[in-house]
Design a protein around this ligand. Structure first.
Ligand SMILES: Cc1cc2nc3c(=O)[nH]c(=O)nc-3n(C[C@H](O)[C@H](O)[C@H](O)COP(=O)(O)OP(=O)(O)OC[C@H]3O[C@@H](n4cnc5c(N)ncnc54)[C@H](O)[C@@H]3O)c2cc1C
Length: 290
């Protein structure tokens, strides 16, 4: 096996374009599992951990650019204010060891329907920056996932970063697993309230062939909040509206029965997670507590 270690992004992009069969490795927390179980035996591995351009995050014009190599530990420690939903999701990933190694770019690269970055990124309308030697392009997150473990990344391209707007309101994430840590989600849900734009965003994990948005639930809640003047009054949100939001989120799921849970359980649990996260987020908005 060839192990290539580029020291800059242009060098990494050139190698990936010349050797599209090369398997990129960042934290290795998915790649090494595949190697250890002999599911994959790549001839060429492209180590991205020495590429400085992927390693950092920055703030620009009301948005955040998170380099593909930023780890969960850093998302928890450094992004809780700017991207709170992503930071909450990062806190639930694996164990300290996995959070120290695992990256946002690797989560997107694996494109698992259960990846924990995906629901918060869907809920905030993030964009994935990918590049090849000829230039970069941005893929809206809801066009990025094309099938189970498949994405819109073209052969020879690398994921460079994620772009997302700075939070203007509360964001929440919750997941159900068979225990509290070191499990793949049975289902998960991310919610973002954006009072500046009067927008509600959602993301569903592990309950469909790809991560999904609950578009009808978003429209319903946006309409409810604006027609009742609740963004301005910060008044209580009625139980009927919270219940309807939960039903619409559950209705957007496209789950299957598998070893982790039945489709029926996932639909039920998503309704509960949606009601719970909405109650938390609205309470935060009303009281100004984060
Ligand atoms: C014990 C354990 C617990 C886990 N728990 C969770 C969990 O709770 N939630 C969760 O979501 N995941 C979990 N995972 C899965 C894994 O940790 C995450 O998917 C992580 O984000 C992968 O990141 P990485 O940097 O380690 O990726 P790697 O393993 O290095 O790469 C993953 C994939 O992405 C590709 N890739 C990496 N970087 C790029 C790039 N810049 N451009 C293009 N392709 C790229 C690789 O080729 C590979 O296909 C767990 C894994 C283990 C082993």
């Amino acid at each position: 096996m060839e192990f290539l270690q580029p020291r800059s992004l242009p060098e990494a992009l050139a190698v990936q374009a010349e050797r599209p069969e090369a398997v990129p490795i960042a934290g290795g927390t998915d790649v090494m599992v595949e190697l250890n179980f002999d599911r994959r035996r790549p001839e060429v591995v492209l180590d991205l951990t020495r590429v400085p351009e992927l390693a950092d995050w920055s703030r620009t014009d009301g948005a955040v650019r998170v380099g593909a190599g930023v780890t969960y530990t850093r998302m928890v420690a450094e992004l809780a204010e700017d991207l709170p939903g992503l930071a909450i999701a990062a806190r639930t990933v694996g164990s300290p060891q996995i959070r120290n190694r695992g990256t946002i770019g690797g989560n997107l690269g694996s494109a698992s329907p259960a990846g924990d970055c995906h629901p918060p990124l869907l809920s905030i309308g993030a964009e994935v920056e990918v590049a090849a030697p000829g230039g970069a392009r941005r893929i809206p997150i809801d066009e990025f996932f094309t099938g189970p473990k498949e994405s819109a990344l073209a052969p020879g391209e690398l994921i460079c970063a994620v772009h997302a707007p700075l939070a203007t309101g509360p964001q929440q994430f919750a997941k159900v697993g068979t225990r509290n840590a070191m499990v793949i989600a049975v289902c998960s849900f991310g919610l973002a309230l954006d009072p500046e734009r009067g927008r509600v965003g959602t993301g569903i994990g592990s309950a469909g062939p790809t991560p999904l948005r609950a578009v009808a639930a978003e429209s319903f809640l946006q309409e409810e909040l604006s027609s009742e003047g609740l963004w301005e009054s910060r008044g209580p949100l009625g139980a009927a509206a919270v219940g309807r939001f939960g039903e619409l989120v559950a209705g957007a799921a496209r789950p299957i029965d598998d070893v982790r849970g039945t489709a029926a359980y996932r639909v039920h649990a998503l309704g509960v997670l949606a009601r719970r996260t909405l109650t938390w987020a609205w309470d935060q908005y009303r009281t100004g507590r984060s």
